[in-house]
Design a protein around this ligand. Structure first.
Ligand SMILES: CC(C)(COP(=O)(O)OP(=O)(O)OC[C@H]1O[C@@H](n2cnc3c(N)ncnc32)[C@H](O)[C@@H]1OP(=O)(O)O)[C@@H](O)C(=O)NCCC(=O)NCCS
Length: 225
């Protein structure tokens, strides 16, 4: 399929997007650790992503309607600790309720925390928190554009590495990350599935070439609209 950007717009993530994208997050990544806590927690995280100077995102719109988004942060431990600090009692209630119904979440929480620490070992790294399109927009090359635009913003912000955790078995995600120049750095087991830590590094010449070619293509198409 040829990439068609007519009537489509990509803009920065804003607070007005946080309700709709909290629903989209849960729908797009149902087995993500944070998704298990419901859209109230997702909305609090989204607000921090949209308003903090160390995080940002890109929204995709067609005819003015939101079709998907990507959000990223330069510091995921700061992101989550700020959410907890600013909304302590709400978070306590959300976590407490979840723990009462499913105590194994405490074990998962510590596992996720240790992964976060690993991901955050350098300050010039960016972590991709979420990328999701509404189902009707998937498979039309829009995902690739939204990722390229996010990567462009991350590199402009001084990131030297961009990281994400993906499912080993998901062919779309695996293909997409390869096509963007990401490379596998590490594997880990999480809930009987294998997750891969994928890294894009500006110091990898091959990765930078893939990214630059994709960026050139997007810019060329946009300039003809
Ligand atoms: C992941 C997602 C954002 C990708 O966006 P998309 O618009 O569907 O993907 P694109 O059409 O831009 O395709 C990008 C690449 O993905 C791969 N891909 C897309 N659809 C595919 C399919 N059905 N099978 C295999 N690979 C596929 C291809 O490599 C493609 O690049 P290519 O066409 O140059 O080969 C989107 O599918 C989505 O929202 N999925 C659900 C949420 C999710 O999984 N989020 C990611 C969490 S890490």
């Amino acid at each position: 399929m040829v990439l068609n950007l007519k009537n489509k717009k990509f803009r920065l993530y804003e607070v007005r997007d946080t309700d709709e994208t909290a629903i989209l997050y849960k729908e797009a990544m149902p087995d993500d650790f944070v998704s298990q806590f419901g859209s109230k927690l997702l909305k609090l995280i989204n607000i921090e992503l949209a308003t903090s100077d160390y995080s940002s995102g890109i929204v995709f719109e067609e005819y003015g309607k939101l079709g998907g988004y990507i959000a990223y942060t330069l510091n995921s431990s700061k992101l989550y600790s700020n959410v907890v600090r600013k909304h302590f009692f709400k978070i306590l209630l959300i976590f407490g309720t979840k723990l009462l119904t499913s105590p194994k979440f405490l074990f998962e929480y510590f596992k996720v925390r240790s992964v976060m620490k690993k991901l955050n070992s350098q300050s010039t790294q960016v972590e991709l928190i979420i990328a999701g399109l509404k189902p009707e927009f998937r498979g039309r090359k829009i995902g690739k554009v939204i990722y390229i635009k996010a990567m462009e913003d991350c590199l402009l912000r001084g990131a030297t590495e961009i990281k994400a955790i993906i499912h080993e078995e998901d062919p779309v995600i695996n293909n997409l990350y390869k096509k963007l120049g990401f490379k596998e750095r590490e594997r880990m087991k999480f809930r009987n599935t294998i997750r891969k830590i994928m890294v894009f590094s500006i110091n990898d010449q091959e990765s930078m070439e893939i990214y630059k070619n994709a960026l050139d293509l997007v810019n060329k198409i946009e300039s003809t609209i």
